[in-house]
Design a protein around this ligand. Structure first.
Ligand SMILES: *Cc1c(COP(=O)(O)O)cnc(C)c1O
Length: 390
């Protein structure tokens, strides 16, 4: 395999994929894999969805890129759609999750400046969070293993305990410009924020005039059963970061903000050359249309319940599973053996899964996954866990 030319950023599996269809991937030898990684929660419609393929083809014939010096019809339509679906007012487009977080951080810093001069610049983030790999997002990623080699990080960041409102109360003050949180922590191990915690966090942010930012890069775009993750919790943030599922596999990210937050941004404050290009926006419009009008999101709760029931049965059978965690199709199995060992065995059985945190097996099927494929997943996990019994 052509390993030698790639920088050593990922510990890759020894497989080269050439083809995909729905939940299936095919390697160079034609072997079929069941894919419950979905490009890490990206391919929400599975591989080679015909509507995405068609949009890519059609849109590329009319317009791919023009820069943000001009308006383009697809960007305007996508912005309108995202705002219609939200409680918010403005959108900024970018190309990835980390870029969406950088955008949100800049909005927060400018908000603090505009509101009360130079000292209102502190950003509270959660322990165990993951917000991305660029220096700003890395600085608010509460996991030392990602940060250690790259210090000094940006200053003015404060770590607080997830789901611990007293810790936030101790750390928030009038110099706080924002609190950023994943409503369900992804990389950290599929850990849900409690509704009460988020509600109190909302109140604290209002009290200290700090922006509440939800990083929905992984848990948004239908994965929890609502289009935006915040809608599952009934707590409305000021700013939302989106990416991963937004383009169904085509790179696109977005920052959504209410007027209170967005109004501080003026010409030249921020930008992105590729952000919101017509091709990416056209694909995203197609994805959203499939997810909503295609009835995919409205079926998630039912599908998730079916899946969770099966997984609970699996838990009864295998003492290696401690807990089924997560919401919607954002599911984790908390296990008491090294998840890497399970992932390796799954790979040998041509089933792709991913870990999260130290002890979680993360299941991220496309949102249009069939009941049949959910059954297959459970049956393979049953086999794999049975192997450990010996
Ligand atoms: C993946 C992820 C990011 C980073 O997204 P990239 O597109 O890899 O830059 C940020 N936040 C969360 C919650 C994520 O899951």
């Amino acid at each position: 395999m052509t390993k030698s030319n790639l920088m050593n950023t990922y510990n890759r599996f020894d497989v080269e994929f050439v083809n995909g269809l729905g939940t299936k991937l095919y390697d160079t030898d034609g072997n079929e894999y069941l894919d419950f990684v979905s490009g890490v929660a990206v391919n929400c419609l599975g591989h080679s969805h015909p509507s995405i393929t068609k949009t890519l083809f059609e849109q590329s014939k009319s317009l791919i890129h023009i820069s943000n010096l001009y308006y383009n019809d697809k960007q305007n339509k996508l912005a309108e759609k995202l705002i219609d679906l939200s409680n918010h007012d403005k959108v900024f487009f970018c190309n990835s999750g980390t870029e969406a977080v950088e955008g949100a951080v800049k909005i927060a810093r400018k908000y603090g400046k505009v509101k009360s001069g130079k000292d209102k610049n502190l950003i509270i983030h959660m322990k165990n969070s993951f917000h991305g790999r660029t220096m700003g997002a890395l600085s608010i990623t509460g996991q030392p293993k990602y940060q250690e080699s790259f210090k000094p990080l940006i200053s003015g960041t404060i770590e607080a305990q997830f789901n611990n409102i007293n810790d936030i109360k101790e750390k928030i003050n009038s110099n706080t410009c924002a609190v950023i949180i994943e409503p369900v922590q992804g990389e950290g191990g599929i850990i849900e924020a409690s509704i009460d915690f988020l509600k109190e966090l909302r109140n604290l942010c209002d009290e200290y005039d700090a922006l509440l930012i939800f990083d929905e890069v992984q848990c948004g775009i239908g994965r929890l059963g609502t289009f935006y993750a915040y809608q599952k919790f009934g707590v409305i943030p000021d700013v939302i970061c989106l990416a991963k599922g937004l383009g169904g596999g085509f790179p696109i990210g977005a920052v959504i903000a209410n007027n209170k937050a967005a109004q501080v941004i003026s010409h030249g404050d921020h930008g992105s050359t590729f952000g919101g290009n017509p091709l990416a926006c056209a694909v995203s419009l197609t994805v959203i249309n499939e997810l909503i009008s295609g009835g995919i999101i409205s079926e998630i709760d039912k599908k998730a319940q079916y899946f969770k029931d099966k997984l609970e049965k699996l838990k009864e059978k295998h003492s290696y599973i401690n807990e089924i965690c997560g919401k919607g199709l954002f599911i984790g199995l908390r296990v008491n053996i090294d998840p890497k060992k399970i992932i390796t065995k799954c790979f040998e059985k041509k089933f792709l899964v991913i870990g999260a945190g130290k002890d979680v097996l993360r299941l991220l099927p496309p949102l249009n996954v069939s009941y049949d494929d959910l059954d297959k997943c459970v049956s393979i996990l049953d086999d794999v866990l049975s192997d450990f019994t010996e």
